[in-house]
Design a protein around this ligand. Structure first.
Ligand SMILES: *[C@@H]1O[C@H](CO)[C@@H](O)[C@H](O)[C@H]1NC(C)=O
Ligand SMILES: *[C@@H]1O[C@H](CO)[C@@H](O)[C@H](O)[C@H]1NC(C)=O
Ligand SMILES: *[C@@H]1O[C@H](CO)[C@@H](O)[C@H](O)[C@H]1NC(C)=O
Length: 509
């Protein structure tokens, strides 16, 4: 209530309509959803929003102008098979594929005629909101438009965004987002976490070189990426302690996880009826937008159906084809479901998911237990997180068959602890002074009001790594101590030497 009043006052006093540019260069649908949700809310509150992305709106939205970045979606679809490959390996497999993808998409943006047109038009922007996905060269637009940048960290508070604002994340207790480790790691896990952290730093360093080369290819007198960090005002992180382990935040990293989730609306008539009439409840199964269910091996598809046939619940399966062989009567397939509204239906008992961060947050928002089948990337960490919070069961894709799925369904649908814990965690996400969306909007407007909010920045992001880690000082202290010890040792030896000489002389005499 008070938050609304305060926001209203700000709105009336300073919230003059600002010009806001969204730059969503990457064709990941889940990334895009975050940007679109925030920009629509900003448009609703009276700002003039321009969104450059591969996904223009299907229906026009007031105060919201689309710029269609063609060619990017096509590029991503051509690389789709990499997601399956990433299922099989360790935390670093596929990283190069993803980096190549984001580099290609960054270049398509930098070289896009629509971006050139926008620059030429002379439109002024008060702030630029970008998708942050290892895409350093995109920061150039901050300089070109002379506007502060707000990166949205779709993956939450991780190494991907921490370094641009100097947010600390000690590997001693913050597991890398690609590792399925709990916060209180064993010695071995800490070692792996430390080494993976170093590996990601090296990878990041190499990637930065490619982005520097991109800048030099497309702009005369291109600045260095380090200089471009200056354009970053603050990071909106898609994280929160209800689903991330507790961790430090510098003043310009703001956790707003959950801001994209809306109140569940009434379902389309047929679905509403279907769910209302489900006496035993409904199970919803979707592997998200990147990883399609039809890509699962045929054999696994049939095993899954056999397990579904054994439960009394109705099952909704997001299935990207018209037909599904041997589909039992209690399974309904559709190419698309209004996921959020389904998760919000009181008869929904379980969400079977790949564990993408947005899906995990949506389940948490609505207090729904989760059966996670992580496929790649941060999913392999999101699900163990949910398991340790007590509202999820994890199943490996490789182990998925009729027996394992039946067992997991039985456990999660009959043991009330999953439902209880989902509700408890959900309360943590909701128990905040301002809603995550109000928080996000507040900080965007804060950056606009204070011209990039330089007062929030810390030196941590500018210091060279050896200074940040105090290694130069440590080296100096160690050398100093060595010299002192050396001198003391030398003096002692000299004195002893004299004594001994005298003693031996005395003896001889
Ligand atoms: C569009 O922005 C104007 C102010 O620039 C505002 O008055 C209006 O309410 C906005 N329109 C909608 C539909 O939100
Ligand atoms: C709103 O943004 C568009 C660019 O998308 C720009 O052409 C237009 O001039 C802006 N309107 C105002 C009132 O600044
Ligand atoms: C950049 O754009 C131009 C014209 O749109 C095109 O001819 C050229 O191939 C593009 N370069 C790359 C590397 O995509």
């Amino acid at each position: 209530m008070w938050s609304k009043v305060i926001l209203f006052v700000f709105f009336v006093n300073y919230g003059n309509s600002a010009n806001i540019l969204g730059l969503y260069f990457h064709a990941g649908k889940s990334h895009h959803i975050l940007g679109e949700m925030l920009l629509k809310e900003l448009a609703r509150r009276g700002h003039n929003v321009t969104m450059a992305s591969p996904f223009p709106l299907k229906e026009p939205f007031p105060n919201y102008t689309d710029i269609h970045l063609t060619g990017i979606l096509e590029d991503q679809i051509a690389r789709e098979s990499m997601f399956m490959k990433m299922n099989k390996g360790h935390a670093l497999v596929g990283v190069n594929d993803v980096l190549e993808l984001t580099r290609a998409q960054t270049e398509l943006t930098l070289n896009h005629t629509e971006m050139a047109k926008l620059l030429k038009s002379g439109t002024k922007f008060d702030v630029i909101i970008i998708d942050w996905f290892m895409n350093g060269a995109i920061l150039m637009y901050g300089k070109l438009f002379n506007a502060p940048i707000i990166p949205i960290a779709s993956h939450g508070t991780t190494h991907l965004a921490n370094y641009i604002v100097g947010n600390p994340a000690p590997p001693s207790y913050i597991p890398n987002a690609m590792l399925p480790f709990p916060p209180n790691m064993t010695f071995f896990q800490r070692m792996v976490n430390g080494l993976v952290t170093i590996a990601y730093n090296v990878v990041g360093h190499t990637n930065a070189k490619y982005h520097q080369a991109l800048l030099e290819k497309y702009f005369e007198n291109a600045p260095s990426l380090d200089e471009l960090k200056d354009t970053v005002a603050l990071v909106l992180s898609n994280g929160h302690y209800s689903f991330e382990s507790p961790r430090p935040f510098v003043p310009n990293v703001i956790p707003v996880g959950g801001f994209h989730v809306q109140k569940a609306r009434k379902l389309p008539t047929d679905l509403q009826k279907y769910m209302d009439e489900a006496k035993h409840g409904v199970v919803y199964f979707s592997l998200g937008s990147n990883m399609k269910s039809v890509l699962l091996p045929k054999e696994k598809q049939q095993q899954i159906l056999k397990a579904f046939a054994k439960i009394p619940h109705k099952v909704l399966w997001k299935w990207e084809d018209d037909n599904l062989e041997n589909k039992p009567d209690n399974v309904l397939i559709r190419k698309w479901f209004p996921q959020n509204d389904i998760l919000g239906h009181p008869n929904l008992k379980l969400f079977i998911t790949h564990g993408g961060l947005l899906s995990t947050i949506e389940a948490l928002h609505h207090g729904v237990p989760v059966l996670g089948i992580p496929i790649f990337g941060d999913q392999k960490a999101n699900i163990p997180n949910a398991v340790s919070s007590g509202y999820a069961v994890q199943l490996e894709l490789a182990d998925l068959d009729e027996a394992t799925l039946t067992k997991a369904l039985d456990e999660i649908l009959t043991n009330p602890k999953y439902q209880e814990n989902a509700k408890k965690r959900s309360q943590l996400l909701h128990d905040q002074p301002m809603s995550p969306m109000d928080t996000a909007v507040f900080w965007v407007e804060h950056v606009i009001r204070h011209k990039g909010a330089p007062h929030l920045r810390n030196l941590g992001s500018y210091l060279p790594w050896y200074q940040y880690l105090m290694l130069d000082v440590a080296l100096f202290v160690v050398l100093f101590l060595l010299v002192v010890v050396g001198i003391v040792g030398f003096v002692i030896r000299k004195i002893c030497g004299c004594c001994c000489q005298r003693k031996s002389k005395e003896k001889r005499e």
